[in-house]
Design a protein around this ligand. Structure first.
Ligand code: FE
Length: 130
């Protein structure tokens, strides 16, 4: 896969300050604030930075967490994972495999069939309705 690389200035110009702070600087949107938390339409959730398809509506579920939650990515190659020890927690960060956008974190308390919960910021996603 060909990686997409841009300068911080280019990302900031493309995304605006709010999305930039989350997707490029590992921020977290406030719980229950994101535009896609309650979205139940059929379609594909793509990376807001580079457009790569990341998740689909069939794997979205209501976790009650306040962030869009998925039990799996669209395919394993769509996302990368990285150990994140920030905020005095040991978590696993989820990133777009193409542009390294910060998406959110993955936890081991999700539903069947994977048992995983991909807890993802709305701001890092662009929803493409089917
Ligand atoms: Fe991306």
């Amino acid at each position: 896969m060909k990686k997409i690389t841009k300068t911080n200035e280019q990302w900031l110009q493309q995304l605006g300050a709010e999305v930039y702070g989350i997707a490029r600087e590992k921020g977290t949107e406030a719980a229950f604030s994101g535009a896609l938390y309650e979205n139940k339409q059929s379609g594909v959730y793509a990376c807001t930075c580079c457009g790569q398809p990341l998740f689909e509506s069939q794997s979205k579920y209501d976790s009650g967490s306040g962030w869009p939650s998925f039990f799996s990515p669209l395919h394993a190659e769509a996302v990368d994972e990285s150990a994140d020890g920030s905020h005095h927690m040991q978590r696993t960060e989820v990133l777009c495999s193409r542009c390294d956008a910060h998406l959110g974190h993955v936890f081991a308390d999700g539903p069947a069939p994977t048992g995983l919960r991909y807890c993802i910021n709305s701001a890092s996603l662009k929803f493409n309705k089917e």
